[in-house]
Design a protein around this ligand. Structure first.
Ligand code: MSK
Length: 630
């Protein structure tokens, strides 16, 4: 292994503690302080048994008051809260996908946005039955963008991408009235069902949660991913670095944060412009470093190798380094705390979307028409802010790891072509991967996703679970902040193969891959759905029979609940390390952890003890192997 060593959670915590000392000097607030102020949490909220959907309450369920004023019991209240949570997440991801459709609609040969992967656009057009022969690629892009936008409000039919599912999965969803219709309809129907005096039957609420989640994963998110690839390129393996040490004290540091790549792609473009670099030098810096936080970071890391400064609970740390000239955000997972925190330093906190407007920020409204000039203005603003840095506040932890990222489905299929012993040509399919699984060289796969949550020691669950899984020859595909936790620790360095069991290590060597494959951002969990669908089709098995599970050990957002719903509705058992506020209803608990199997052949497992969680996953993978006789 040479000098390779994982970065430990303890080392990351020590770096954070040092940064918090700087924060204390300047009177900065921090999430660590706010967590203390907010605990213990409200027990009613934690159990999901507080209802405030009408103004007769708020009602809270207790042994003495088992029903709300309207007569709704705990099961109905927990169920409605769960569905609302899902609808919030599905709306958020899908609106991101809608923005990408609009960006595609703006693409032009001489414009800021171009079509970088025309083959993919043509492939999707063929899937959707759109004539491509003799069409200008930009005319086709605009036509496809419009068809995509209609998926949000079409009056009839299901989401087009359901045709990518194995027939069995699609039939099951249609039969059980879970197949998602228009995206906006599923979100609106969910809010209709949870209105006072509508659904209070847990089965109905859980079924709609699954359907609403599916309109995200197989609708809005999938379009977000696919059309981002068309616009910015389908990811291929690329080297980058991760953790706060990627920031450079000599350079102007611009940190991009959020989710939508339309903005960050442009920022990266201009930060690389020789004219801008010369301007930075004129202002006393040696250059410009762009790094990222959260899923915007995943997007630009996968396509450009832009380094990842950190994940969700590290967003304040980038400002606390005192070396951040601008933190530029688009949408989702952005702490409003960044406004007041930036005021303690010289940092410019720049919001850019009407969807995410925050106090104490500078708002530069970003849109596809003015993308180039907006991005240029932001980069200039950051450069001009370099002189305002206070050198005595600058401390960048010397902590970073190498990572190889960019494993789209296309890239995974390509890199694994080399590991087959097959006599027949199986290149371009998932069959080489299946061979590794059926022979037992790889025992199975885990899709690790989701956020950080102060309820779990940050990154600890992600990293410890991954270490144990790879040691047991279980390959990991990761996205979102889970992927960044892996990269920060060093698990996306190819040398991490030495931490694997003998089988997975051999595969990593043959395919020249790390044992944890970075599949992208939160919307890119749709890539994982495509991969399992291909595995099922190539093996002749049902998705639910594959030795594959999902896991979100530190999740926190509504989007994560929506994701969880579509992952189980696709047929994949999913393991959560944080309870989704359903402990107040045994009926809801039973439905989510077992009852959904009758409709979608998969369910959740909730286990807050991380050691037990990983053992349960390994057990489930081995059970699935035994059931299909491998
Ligand atoms: S950014 S949703 S904290 S994974 Fe996609 Fe990370 Fe969770 Fe946001």
């Amino acid at each position: 292994m040479g000098d390779f060593k994982l970065t430990t959670v303890e080392e990351m915590e020590a770096a954070t503690a040092r940064l918090l000392e700087t924060g204390a000097k300047v009177g900065a607030d921090a999430w660590q302080i706010r967590v203390k102020n907010q605990t213990p949490h409200c027990k009613f909220g934690e159990q999901g048994i507080c209802c405030r959907i009408c103004s007769m309450g708020p009602c809270r369920i207790t042994p003495k008051a088992p029903r709300g004023i309207c007569g709704c019991d705990a099961h109905g209240i927990v169920g409605r809260n769960y569905l609302k949570f899902t609808a919030g997440g599905a709306a958020t991801h899908s609106d991101h996908g809608r923005e990408i459709c609009h960006t595609l609609h703006e693409a032009a040969a001489d414009g800021a946005y171009k079509v970088k992967d025309p083959e993919k656009l043509i492939r999707i057009a063929h899937e959707w039955g759109v004539e491509t022969e003799g069409k200008d690629i930009y005319d086709l892009a605009h036509e496809m963008a419009e068809i995509g936008l209609l998926e949000y409000g079409k009056p009839f039919g299901y989401q087009r991408f359901l045709d990518r599912m194995p027939q069995h999965t699609k039939d099951l969803l249609i039969k059980n009235e879970i197949a998602p219709r228009a995206i906006d309809r599923e979100v609106a129907s969910s809010l209709h069902m949870t209105h006072m005096g509508c659904s209070s039957k847990p089965e109905a609420l859980v079924k709609q949660s699954l359907r609403c989640g599916l309109c995200d994963g197989w609708g809005g998110s999938m379009m977000g991913t696919e059309f981002s690839d068309v616009l910015f390129g389908t990811p291929k393996p690329i080297d980058t670095e991760a953790n706060l040490g990627v920031m450079n004290a000599d350079n102007v540091n611009i940190v991009v944060h959020g989710h939508d790549p339309s903005l960050s792609e442009m920022i990266c473009e201009y930060a690389d412009d020789p004219e801008m670099i010369a301007y930075a030098k004129e202002m006393g810096a040696k250059g410009i470093t762009v790094s990222g936080v959260c899923c915007t970071s995943n997007e630009v890391a996968m396509r450009r190798g832009i380094p990842m400064a950190g994940n969700f609970l590290q967003q304040e740390n980038v400002v606390l380094t005192g070396a951040c000239e601008a933190i530029v955000v688009d949408v989702q997972c952005i702490f409003p705390a960044l406004g007041p925190l930036s005021k303690c330093f010289h940092t410019k906190f720049i919001t850019t979307s009407p969807i995410a407007q925050m106090p104490d920020s500078e708002f530069i409204r970003f849109n596809a028409h003015t993308a180039a000039e907006n991005a240029k203005a932001i980069v200039k603003m950051a450069i001009e802010n370099f002189k305002n840095r206070k050198p005595d506040l600058v401390y960048i932890p010397d902590m970073k790891q190498k990572a190889t990222v960019g494993y789209s489905v296309e890239a995974i299929v390509k890199v694994l072509d080399g590991v087959t012993n097959s006599q027949v040509d199986v290149t371009g399919t998932t069959k080489p991967l299946l061979e590794c699984v059926t022979s037992g060289v790889i025992r199975g796969a885990v899709a690790m996703v989701g956020c950080n949550n102060p309820k779990i020691r940050p990154d600890y669950a992600h990293i410890e679970l991954m270490k144990k899984l790879i040691a047991n020859d279980i390959i990991i595909v990761a996205s979102g902040c889970s992927a960044q936790a892996a990269a920060k620790a060093g698990l996306m360095d190819k040398r991490a193969k030495d931490l694997c069991g003998a089988g997975l290590k051999r595969v990593c060597e043959l395919a020249d891959i790390p044992p944890v494959l970075h599949m992208g951002s939160c919307v890119d969990i749709s890539r994982m759905m495509i991969l399992v669908s291909e595995l099922a089709k190539d093996s002749g098995l049902k998705i639910s029979q594959l030795p594959v599970v999902g896991c979100a050990p530190e999740w926190m957002s509504e989007k994560a609940v929506s994701i969880g719903n579509y992952v189980i509705a696709t047929g994949i058992d999913t393991f959560l390390g944080v309870d989704p506020y359903v402990s107040g209803s045994d009926q809801m608990g039973a439905l989510l952890t077992e009852g959904t199997r009758q409709w979608v052949e998969a369910a959740f497992t909730v286990e807050t003890d991380i050691n037990k969680l990983v053992d349960l996953m390994i057990e489930r993978i081995e059970e699935k192997r035994a059931a299909i006789g491998i």
